[in-house]
Design a protein. Structure first.
Ligand code: OTU
Length: 661
């Protein structure tokens, strides 16, 4: 069959069930995506079929299912698709703000989440990431990351009707619902796993399974471990099957076998079905692990990208209002590929977590040195079109230090020692202000991750005096400020807006006690929320500071994701300084990551960057202080400067007040 004939056949299958008034629009979308979709899927699955005709038959079926999903897509979502197709950069503005929470910890259940909409609106949230709420495995389930049904809600959290209702309520409040889509693995009680256990040959091949340790041992030689303490190894022996099954994470999370085209087709249908339920953003969990290859760490393989690229094509055809967000916790150099490739131009996810930036910002606090952040920034290329970074300070997982190995090994210090020092610092050793804990590391020399709420890591739990409290809050604001200025979509982790503390009670919770990530998954603290209007409480001070930063950010178009960014050279080690926007409307972010007050010669630095001419002063947007020459930065403070053309001599404040009011 010739290519035009193939495309024509596939298009007919796609539109077969759609009303004729949609055909022209859908044909246009299909024509744009079809060449890449076909190319990627053929590269992945073409050889799985004895003849090309078999592959085309499979593609035909895939598009038939896609068409069926489109026929069921509600009118309001189709309208949204259309609006967003006409404004494809809709998610790149400085108005975008995320918020992330566990449904039960935040609000009891899905209906309860609706009651929190006023709080989210006040913060300016435009997208809400609710951690896994689909029906999860009975018993332990990794906080819902072991899904047993992609089209059912976890009964304790509500019903599918509740989800649809919540998604609609959020949408009318201007908030997009983001859901985890755990496409790397399913729970061992998912129907596919149950069928595999009962011997169904088709479903056994939904998973990687081996009769003995020969093949697993070959893979293990180069594989890493995500949970080395509580779930060592990457394979689990399943009695019912008498086989070793690939389980990268917990033994009850079975990795899906994406070499099997049926897996791709079923996962695609599950995603489109959830999109029709009103999910607007999919957080694609563990995307780095989707493809396995001997003699590698089985992360970031080219085929994992092809899977995501094919998924993007299908989303562009069936639900172009939907965003895909890659969760790939990988070194900086591996990150850009998740946003697509430039040469040739192929789109992948719309968003990707910038975990290196996040981890480096914590390292800067521990070392009072911004070297790693600068390196990460230098290694971060410009954003492609229709893509943005997800910038964050904390999330529900540990802060993994290993992503920073390439940057951290550039200094004189041994990389292992350097990162191990950081991990010990955040565990409260070495006289530090932090009160977190090391994650999954029994060996004190090993570097894995750090757990703890931002407030505990920034020093609030250990603070004894009002000044120490203020410093801790400043450190939190410093990191949040960076996440807002870098160029991407910042995310607030539930509780951080009130500087909520660690939850030590997890040790008494059955099923949580062995996974210390629960230390930073507290219940929404209603008392703190209620006291937050008192500015003299820590909760109030944090909320005020964060809200102030967010408000300023919204008024500064230079902070939109696609605006240029460049580092300001010649700064002392503890200072991070970069410019956003163009030459004329430049916004200069300068922050002090140390305990010392720092005095900078502003005009020298900015002259070098080509920004300073005579009769120019700089106004800190955070407190309206005007500077023309010397900038004094108190410990852990930041300024967001914009140009002021001086007409007369303006008064100069020698000491800015920092961002904490
Ligand atoms: C993701 O995370 C989730 O965010 C975790 O909460 C889940 O436990 C896990 O997948 C399994 O679904 O490496 O890129 O180190 O950073 O498990 C995927 C802990 C991941 C997490 C790691 C992770």
């Amino acid at each position: 069959m010739s290519s035009p004939a193939i495309f024509d056949r596939l298009l007919q299958s796609l539109v077969a069930q759609l009303p004729s008034d949609q055909h022209i629009l859908i044909t246009l979308r299909f024509q744009k995506q079809a060449p890449i979709l076909l190319e990627k899927l053929r590269a992945l699955y073409g050889h799985k079929f004895a003849e090309d005709a078999g592959f085309i038959e499979w593609m035909d079926q895939l598009l038939r299912v896609t068409g069926r999903m489109m026929a069921r897509r509600p009118a309001d979502l189709r309208k949204l698709d259309q609006q967003r197709s006409e404004n494809k950069e809709w998610f790149s503005t400085q108005h975008m703000l995320g918020y992330c929470a566990y449904v039960d910890r935040f609000a009891g259940n899905l209906c309860g989440v609706a009651d929190r909409i006023p709080h989210l609106k006040k913060l300016g949230v435009t997208y809400l990431h609710l951690l896994p709420f689909l029906k999860a495995r009975q018993g332990e389930n990794d906080g819902g990351f072991a899904v047993s049904d992609f089209d059912a809600i976890e009964p304790q959290l509500g019903s599918m009707a509740d989800l649809q209702e919540l998604a609609a309520q959020l949408r009318s409040a201007g908030i997009s619902l983001c859901a985890d889509f755990i496409l790397n693995h399913v729970a061992d009680d998912h129907p596919w796993a149950l069928a595999a256990k009962s011997g169904h040959p088709g479903y056994r091949d939904y998973f990687y399974h081996y009769p003995d340790r020969t093949q697993p041992a070959i893979f293990e030689a180069t594989l890493g471990q995500v949970f080395p303490q509580v779930a060592p190894g990457n394979f689990s022996f399943i009695d019912e099957m008498q086989q070793w099954v690939w389980t990268t994470f917990y033994p009850y999370q079975w990795d899906l076998n994406y070499t099997n085209p049926a897996v791709f087709a079923d996962i695609t249908a599950a995603l489109l079905q959830l999109a029709n339920r009103g999910v607007e953003v999919f957080r694609l969990d563990s995307t780095a692990f989707l493809w396995k290859r001997e003699a590698t760490n089985c992360m970031n393989q080219p085929e994992a990208h092809w899977i995501l690229q094919a998924l993007r094509c299908i989303v562009e055809i069936a639900a172009p209002g939907v965003l895909l967000k890659a969760e790939a916790i990988v070194p900086t150099a591996e990150l850009p590929a998740y946003l697509g490739s430039q040469q040739p131009l192929v789109k992948e996810c719309h968003l990707a977590y910038h975990s290196s930036l996040m981890a480096a910002s914590w390292v800067a606090l521990a070392e009072q040195n911004t070297d790693l952040i600068r390196q990460v920034m230098q290694a971060t290329p410009e954003l492609p079109e229709q893509a943005s970074w997800l910038t964050y300070v904390r999330c529900h997982d540990d802060i993994g230090w290993n992503v920073l190995r390439p940057e951290a090994s550039s200094g004189a210090q041994d990389v292992q020692q350097r990162l191990a020092h950081v991990a010990r610092f955040f565990a409260g050793e070495e006289g530090s202000f932090a009160r977190g804990a090391s994650f999954q590391a029994s060996d004190p020399a090993a570097v894995h991750g750090t757990v703890g709420m931002a407030s505990a890591l920034a020093g609030l739990s250990a603070a004894k005096t009002p000044l120490e409290q203020e410093y801790a809050l400043r450190r939190m604001s410093l990191l949040y400020g960076l996440s807002m200025c870098f160029g991407g979509m910042p995310l607030i982790y539930m509780g951080d807006e009130f500087a909520q503390m660690n939850d030590d009670d997890y040790r008494q919770q059955a099923g949580h006690e062995y996974d210390s990530r629960w230390l930073h998954r507290p219940l929404w603290n209603a008392d703190m929320a209620a006291s937050a209007h008192h500015l003299n409480s820590n909760a109030g001070s944090m909320l005020h500071s964060l809200s102030h930063l967010l408000q300023q950010r919204r008024s500064l178009p230079q902070l939109a994701a696609h605006q240029p960014r460049r580092l300001l050279a010649g700064m002392p080690a503890e200072i991070l300084a970069f410019i956003r926007g163009g030459q004329d409307d430049a916004l200069v972010y300068i922050a002090n990551f140390s305990a010392q007050t720092s005095a900078l010669n502003l005009s020298a630095g900015l002259t070098q960057a080509g920004l300073q001419t005579t009769r120019i002063s700089w106004c800190n947007q955070l407190d309206q202080t005007i500077y023309s020459d010397t900038l004094i930065l108190p410990p852990w403070s930041q300024v967001w400067l914009t140009k002021v053309i001086q007409s007369t001599n303006q008064p100069q404040h020698p000491i800015p007040s920092g961002v904490i009011a």
